[in-house]
Design a protein around this ligand. Structure first.
Ligand SMILES: [Fe+2]
Length: 311
């Protein structure tokens, strides 16, 4: 079972936490590496001393490092969000969770539309005998769709397949999207807090949520980093226009409550390589085929990951 890291851009650090990536600050001076606790003569280092250089990039105030089990070069890059890179939207905060599950289970949430109203329907902060007062309603505008997969090709006519082949370089097959509508229904009659949620999955470790509300737009960057076999670190970073801060914080709270409902399931879920799926679950099958592009011949399995101290 592939439960080691797939080949992907992994979250490393936020810009404000950059020093934790480096660990210790040091600088070269007259061929001496000056560390806070001692000086090292660079010329006296043994010739076989090497450190692995990780390809990295900084996008959306976040540092990512490229991992590939065969050390291949990246064939795609994390994408910048205009309002974040030009500084016009403000960072509103972040959360961080450790979750005991397979990395694939977390992003399988997107294609699993059937769980939305079942798990995320009950209103936050209302329970027991007051639950009838309100509920969240999720409507799928466009189901989870990869930019390209073999499944798409069989559905299209031959001409479309040819055009698709020409677009091979631009279709960004590492991406998939889902478009949802969220409403809070009061007494099953009045709809409030309607929002449009456009989610983009970018490789195995990045999800971007662009949320359009009546008052303005929000951006949530979700990153997933495997830190041990079957242990994932998930971080949400929230951004919004400065004047939308109070509303963004309300959304932030709602997102945390909803996400914790998923975590309770992930923590007790077992990753099934060949699950029994119903007709309604067809998108999960498409998702799993799409996801397989991120594994290669030497991707670590659970067994090899447990033996290898490099994790
Ligand atoms: Fe969910």
């Amino acid at each position: 079972m592939p439960s080691g890291p797939p080949n992907f851009w992994a979250f490393s650090s936020q810009r404000s936490f950059r020093l934790s990536l480096v660990g210790i600050r040091g600088k070269f001076e007259n061929e001496m590496l000056k560390l806070p606790y001692r000086k090292l003569n660079a010329l006296s280092l043994p010739h076989f001393a090497r450190v692995k250089v990780w390809k990295n990039c900084e996008v959306n105030n976040t540092i990512f490092v490229w991992y590939h089990s065969e050390s291949a070069e990246p064939d795609w890059q994390p994408q910048p969000h205009t309002c974040i890179s030009n500084g016009s939207w403000r960072y509103q905060g972040r959360n961080e969770y450790l979750i005991n599950c397979h990395i694939q289970d977390i992003t399988e949430n997107g294609p699993d539309v059937e769980h939305l109203n079942a798990l995320h329907g009950p209103a936050i902060f209302l329970s027991g005998k007051f639950s009838w007062l309100a509920r969240h309603v999720w409507t799928t505008y466009t189901k989870w769709t990869p930019n390209f997969s073999d499944d798409n090709q069989t559905d299209e006519n031959e001409e479309a397949a040819k055009i698709g082949a020409k677009l091979n370089d631009v279709r960004e097959k590492h991406k998939a999207t889902v478009h949802l509508c969220h409403k809070l229904m009061i007494l099953e009659r009045f709809s409030i807090m309607e929002s449009d949620v456009y989610a983009e999955q970018i490789g195995p470790g990045i999800i971007e949520l662009n949320v359009k509300t009546l008052f303005g737009s929000l951006y949530i960057l979700l990153t997933i980093t495997p830190i041990e076999p079957l242990l994932q670190r998930v971080i949400h970073q929230f951004y919004s226009p400065p004047l939308l801060a109070p509303y963004a914080n309300l959304h932030f709270l709602g997102e945390c409550v909803m996400f914790e409902r998923d975590i309770r399931i992930w923590n007790s879920k077992r990753f099934e390589r060949h699950p029994i799926l119903t007709r309604e679950d067809r998108t999960i099958q498409i998702y799993r085929r799409w996801y397989s592009q991120f594994y290669s011949d030497h991707s670590p399995t659970y067994e090899t990951s447990m033996k290898d101290l490099q994790w």
